[in-house]
Design a protein around this ligand. Sequence first.
Ligand code: SF4
Length: 361
Amino acid sequence: MLPSLSGLNSEQLEQWFEQAGEPSFRARQVLDWVWKKKVNSIEAMSNLPAALRVKLAEQFCLSPLQHSQTQGSEDTTRKFLFRLQDGRYVESVLIPANPALYGERADRLTLCISSQVGCAYGCKFCASGLAGFNRNLDAGEIAGQVLAAEQLSGERVDNLVFMGMGEPMANFDHLMAAIELITGAKTLHLGARHLTISTSGLVPQIRKLAEHPQQIRLAISLHGATDEVREQIMPINRKWPLAALFDALDYWNSHKKQKLTLEYILIEGVNDALEQASILAMHASRLRAKVNLIPYNTVEGLDWKRPNEDHCHKFRNILREAGVSATLRLEKGHDIDAACGQLRLKQESEEGKVVFKPSRS
Ligand code: SF4
């Protein structure tokens, strides 16, 4: 496997050119071709001498991701399937804003990206965790998803959520290296406040990220307002129960200005009792957090159901009446299994050919 140019920051690239006996301004030129001009090949970097392009192509690939397939949905949400150099696959989902919710900001484009192949955390509602953990993505494979989505769509991504396949905080070093590429002025240059990391609740990493100087946003997959309920859904709760998680979130709040988001998937008969709403309201008020309620999406192989709409509204109203900012998320991409907790590779490799299995149960 060749290292990718899109996985190197400017210092690493400058170092390579220095060791290769080339002037350091070549590093700036390469970064410009990769991140600003978004070329498709090293050969196309026309202001580099031909011999240097050959040398670069011998030692690097441009991107570690090869586009394999795009699925588009009725509401123009698109799911991209990428083949990695080792033959494994990851997915990213491009989600346009909903005009009904965002009005003038309806041209906002959000990309949901993956941080691992598979996931070890086994949250019970989640399709990504069903097949277990495979491997971490490196910085180029994480940041490269943004670059590839922009190349494929011809549009600029202005919002990024780490909510795809994998637990981003369990791949902390590569995640932070990818964020450096995504936010760097010489690379993608997307503002840190447009980045949201979603975690199942890895307490030490929440504390570490709280100390990071960039104003990155944090979303917590809560899904239960008491340990008893959360444990049924989130195995991680046994390692870091709510008291430990809330301690870490207090620490976060003492370091950051941005409001936390608590994600709460509503599952009929599991965590949707109205008493849970009252306890959740109490936690959210204390943490000054907003709450995203997400009616459960059907996952092939799992029995759970979403509550009816009326019940979802009642649950949300309890939060609102307690003064908590709460939204009932209008899922986009449900028809292509690209909604939260639904990212799972459905392709089978048949003689090298990628085939999507039917995506609905
Ligand atoms: S919700 Fe996130 S952390 Fe939990 S199993 Fe799915 S991918 Fe992993």
